[in-house]
Design a protein around this ligand. Structure first.
Ligand SMILES: Nc1ncnc2c1ncn2[C@@H]1O[C@H](COP(=O)(O)OP(=O)(O)OP(=O)(O)O)[C@@H](O)[C@H]1O
Length: 206
């Protein structure tokens, strides 16, 4: 039984179709790397799978997802510990101690999020995945701003998640050293052909 599947999915951004005909299935323990040039629609696809926007057409099966996007989505006035606790309560996931440890955040636990560096904020944003308790992680360039040691911590965290039956869909340009399949989105770029208009359709008054 797959945790997440897309069937003949088409997604759009800014009113324009980006990708069409995307199908895949993500089983427990598996990671799938999204590849493709800048602007092809990796972020758009991840946002659609996360339920943040509707697909143009096609089917999505599986909702046990947690999304980590470009914005860290932290509450600046709350400490690192309070941020994790907030999200744990929202999602009902496991205690925050494991999340603090996974991304080596204990020394920063009492610091407000606004006083963290870009890489420290990113570590906190990624640690948040653990307190969601969700099985499918949707990750958009998760290693941006991370130093080599933090990339290593995150790769370990991801490997443990997969080992526990989780799954991940990851847009990344770097090699995380995972045993993962690759989905190159290049062939699924939506055609630029205009969508057919009904007979008599008037652009100005339709
Ligand atoms: N806020 C926006 N409004 C309108 N169009 C957008 C917006 N953001 C992105 N787009 C367009 O949507 C398309 C898909 O963008 P998307 O960000 O999903 O691509 P991506 O593959 O994630 O790119 P990158 O590798 O650069 O992060 C692109 O053609 C882009 O120009």
């Amino acid at each position: 039984m797959s945790l997440l599947a897309a069937r003949d999915l088409a997604v759009a951004r800014g009113g324009l179709r980006a990708l069409e005909g995307v199908s895949f299935q993500l089983d427990p323990g598996r990671a799938l790397i999204l590849r493709g040039p800048n602007g092809i629609g990796k972020t758009t696809l991840l946002r659609t799978l996360a339920g943040l926007q509707k697909p143009v057409s096609g089917l999505i099966e599986g909702e046990d997802t947690a999304y980590a996007g470009h914005a860290d989505g932290l509450k600046p006035a709350l400490t690192a510990r309070e941020n994790l606790d907030f999200w744990r309560r929202v999602f009902g996931g496991p205690p925050i101690a494991g999340a603090l440890a996974a991304m080596a955040l204990q020394p920063l636990a009492a610091r407000p999020a606004h006083a963290l560096s870009a890489g420290q904020k990113r570590r906190l944003g990624l640690a948040r995945l653990l307190v969601t308790g969700r099985r499918v992680w949707l990750l958009d360039e998760p290693t941006v701003s991370l130093d080599a040691a933090s990339v290593g911590l995150f790769a370990d965290m991801l490997r443990r998640h997969l080992g526990q039956g989780g799954a991940a869909l990851i847009a990344t340009h770097i090699d995380l050293g995972l045993d993962a399949e690759v989905l190159d989105l290049t062939p699924y770029r939506a055609s630029a052909a205009p969508t057919p208009r009904p007979a008599g359709f008037n652009e100005a008054f339709g």
